[in-house]
Every structure is written in C-alpha cells, then in structure tokens.
Design a protein around this ligand. Structure first.
Ligand code: BMA
Length: 317
C-alpha cells in the first residue's frame, strides 16, 4: 500500500484516466459520467453511462469492454431513454444507474434517478441483456436518489438502499419489498454526521454494496459544502450480512476524493461519484468506476482486504 500526504492510499487511479469522455461517443453528447457497472456472463465489463445532452437532460448508454479499461464498444444510440409519455417521472431525464445482478430473477436490476416535475425520485428497471428493459416504475417518490438493490432477499424480502432528503439532513435508508413494487419496513441505515466532519449533513450510497464474508461493505459519498461549492468524497462502512440495517463499523476519514485535474475541473468541479464496480478475478480487487467532475468516467482500483483492515483501524461503530 502506498501513502499520500502521510495517508494510506486505498484506491489507485488508472493511468489512462479518464477512460471515457464525450469525445468517445458515437453520437452528440455533452458529458458522460456516473456510470453503473457490471460484468456480463461472458466476462465483458458493461458500463451503463449517464449521458447528458445539450438540453441538459440525461439518458443511459451502454459501453462494453473485454478488459474494463479500453477497447470500449459504445451503443450507436441511447440504450435506455427516458419515456415520459408512459412514465411521467422521467420527464427531465434519467440519471446515475446502479446495477445489481439478482440471481433469483436471472436479471440485472437497475435502480436509477428519474427526474420528474416533482423532483428526483428512484425508479427501477430489469433487464437480461441491456437491450430490452422492463420498468417497475417509480418506487421512491421525490426527493430521493442514490439507490441500489441488494443481490438477494433478506428475511424473504428484496432490499433497496436509497437516500431520501429530510429537514434533518440527507441520510441513507434501507427499505424492503416482497415484489420490487411495494416498499416498506423502512430503516435508517447510515446518518450524515454533523458539524465539521467531511460527511456532515449529506451522504449517499455510491456503488451497490459489496458482499464480503465479514459483512456488506458500503462505499458512500459525503458532501462537504464550502464557500466555493461542494466537495464529493468517499468513505466506507460495514453492515451485518443478515441485518444490513445494522452498522458494524464506519471509517472516520474519507478514503478517496478529488485530486486529479479531471476530478477538480469540469461541469461540476471537485466531484468523484462512483455508481458501479466490478470485482477482479482474484475476488479481492475492486474496480471502481466513477464520474469525474460530472464530465467524464474514470477508474480506480482497490482491495477488499485492505479496505476491511483499514476499517479495523479507523472504524467506529
Ligand atoms: C448529485 C447527483 C450526481 C452528481 C452530483 C454532483 O446530487 O445529482 O448526479 O454527480 O450531485 O453534481
């Protein structure tokens, strides 16, 4: 493990960052960022990228690569477009997808932000091939975002993490459903801290949680409001496998944040915003795909083992 300014570096930026920009797109695009990620059955890495057009509205477009770094084959046209005629909650676009493969269904579940006239809410869609999509509609009303499904049921119910806004701050919640359409049993999972902390007042899930033998590993973002705008940085926490609302440990400091020029500068500077990861063949390497400054897509890699041992030293419950 290397250090930076005396701190352990848990995620390492890929030398070819940013790995995807609007210049790579086969059709007009203003920016590409905040991509969901998964591995297809043949090992291909699929990124479901948020593409913003010059109206300011977003849709999703798939990019596929054999090694997850380069050689991307990008769909010639938008893969998953807003459909406001049938789904009015998608009027102002769809954003920030998180992908979970649900073994029981044999399908990928995509939780995404649907930007409605009433604000951003959480919508869910299922797909087997990222060509045909079956929408479940809006499952969490505005203002709510940063959602992802767990890959299996907990006590017989599907479980969704999400981040509703409240007067007391923006905290991460978990909700349960028998059928992916009706949701309840809401529990507060991770609170934004208060005061001067890096993750005070606003936190949100970043990629879907990662299942490890010691618990569900969560990478989350904390938003620091400063006189010159927001800083989006990442922290980690661990939750009980059989009761994911129960936090076992939460790191004190952030572990990754904007430093490189492509993270510092862009449409929204000082933002590192991962929506997806893939695991390496060793079962330990996390390839984290993140939106950089709301402008491009970048890649950083880390190790589950190192994150867990860092949490042992820097975690509090
Ligand atoms: C959040 C989300 C993200 C975005 C970030 C920084 O609220 O809307 O899509 O990357 O703000 O602008």
């Amino acid at each position: 493990m290397t250090t930076h300014r005396g701190y352990e570096q848990l995620f390492h930026r890929h030398a070819s960052n940013p790995i995807l920009t609007a210049a790579d797109w086969p059709y007009p695009a203003h920016t590409v960022f905040n991509a969901g990620a998964t591995r297809l059955h043949d090992g291909t890495t699929l990124l479901l990228c948020r593409v913003e057009d010059r109206r300011g509205l977003s849709h999703l477009c798939a990019a596929r690569s054999a090694n997850g770094v380069d050689g991307w084959v990008i769909d010639r046209e938008p893969t998953f477009r807003p459909d406001p005629e049938r789904y009015p909650e998608e009027l102002w676009g769809i954003e920030d997808p998180r992908i979970t493969f649900v073994e029981e269904l044999g399908k990928f579940a995509i939780a995404y932000t649907a930007f409605s006239r009433g604000g951003p809410g959480v919508a869910l869609a299922l797909t087997e091939d990222f060509r045909h999509f079956e929408r479940c509609g809006l499952i969490m009303q505005p203002d709510d975002k940063d959602a992802a499904l767990l890959p299996r049921r907990i006590d017989g119910h599907f479980a969704l993490l999400h981040r509703p806004m409240a007067d007391t701050g923006a905290h991460i919640w978990i909700s349960f459903s028998p059928d992916l359409r009706n949701w309840g049993g809401h529990k507060l999972m991770l609170c934004a801290r208060k005061g001067g902390w890096w993750d005070a007042n606003k936190v949100g899930l970043s990629p879907p949680m990662i299942e490890t033998p010691r618990g569900w590993l969560m990478v989350y973002h904390g938003v620091r409001h400063t006189a010159s705008g927001c800083l989006y940085r990442l922290g980690v926490a661990l939750f009980a496998l059989d009761d994911p609302a129960c936090c076992l440990s939460r790191g004190d400091s952030w572990i990754f944040g904007p430093e490189a020029s492509y993270e510092r500068q862009g449409d929204v500077g000082n933002v590192t915003f991962p929506c997806g990861y893939t695991l390496g063949a060793d079962g330990d390497t996390i390839n984290l795909y993140y939106g950089a400054a709301d402008t491009s897509i970048a890649l950083a890699s880390g190790s589950i083992r190192e994150l867990l041992s860092w949490l042992d030293e820097h975690g509090c419950d």
